[in-house]
Design a protein around this ligand. Structure first.
Ligand SMILES: C[S@@+](CC[C@H](N)C(=O)[O-])C[C@H]1O[C@@H](n2cnc3c(N)ncnc32)[C@H](O)[C@@H]1O
Length: 218
């Protein structure tokens, strides 16, 4: 069963009682997403690839859509074209989304939630989204994305998402020089990613999390 929670920065998230796991950090869902995925993922990639005016992101786990909304806002503020692909095996219902979506959504941001699955939808001049309703383990395509937001449930709740097989699928999706980023800081995960040939950094995390992982594909 899913239950709405209010995290410490006032933003909303969900608690899944079957997994005994939240969708975001209880210390602040918005703060966590902005720090891990927007600052240390998207903004980092843009700074390293200043000549490119566009960027392709793949998110593992659309969940509440928070990372998608924040990426859309970033794309407009920085005038960068973002094509955002996100996969979700268990899409939330409209009622669940209504409970926890940010209160300050613009009309086109609402489209991120209302648009159909498995269709590419142009949300604004700078932001296009493809929400895929499928199991991440069914992915077969490769070398397509500049950035991976690896936002699976934590290791203790869904260990298979952090197995070598799963992490390899995500890394195979990356183009050369692409950036893989996650809130996870587990040593075992870091070592798998290193074994898969990426250059892994441990970087400071959001409140309540000393470190997170970012990796670059050579
Ligand atoms: C930590 S939550 C994602 C949070 C999300 N990025 C957000 O901003 O709200 C993890 C998500 O992964 C999804 N998930 C779990 N296993 C999956 C699988 N095998 N394939 C695709 N999605 C999966 C879950 O349903 C859940 O929505």
């Amino acid at each position: 069963m899913l239950k709405k929670i209010i995290t410490q920065d006032g933003s909303f998230s969900l608690y899944d009682s079957n997994l005994n796991e939240t969708y975001h950090s209880k210390k602040g869902a918005l703060t966590e997403s902005l720090h891990v995925y927007i600052s240390e993922g998207l903004d980092y990639w843009i700074k390293e690839n200043a000549i490119s005016g566009s960027c392709k992101i793949f998110e593992m786990g659309f969940g509440t859509g928070l990372n998608a909304v924040l990426s859309k806002r970033f794309s407009e503020a920085n005038k960068i074209k973002v094509f955002y692909t996100s996969i979700e095996k268990f899409p939330l219902s409209f009622e669940e989304i209504k409970m926890i979506k940010p209160k300050d959504l613009s009309e086109n941001e609402n489209q991120i939630f209302n648009s159909s699955w498995n269709k590419i939808v142009q949300i604004s001049t700078f932001f296009k989204i493809h929400k895929i309703h499928d199991d991440f383990f069914n992915i077969t395509y490769k070398h397509s994305f500049d950035i991976i937001f690896y936002d699976a449930f934590a290791f203790h709740a869904q260990p298979m998402m952090w197995s070598e097989d799963a992490l390899k699928i995500s890394i195979d999706l990356l183009k050369k020089n692409g950036v893989w980023v996650s809130y996870c800081s587990k040593g075992e995960v870091r070592r798998i990613i290193q074994r898969l040939g990426l250059l892994v950094e441990r970087i400071p995390g959001p409140p309540g999390k000393r470190e997170i992982l970012r990796a670059i594909k050579n």
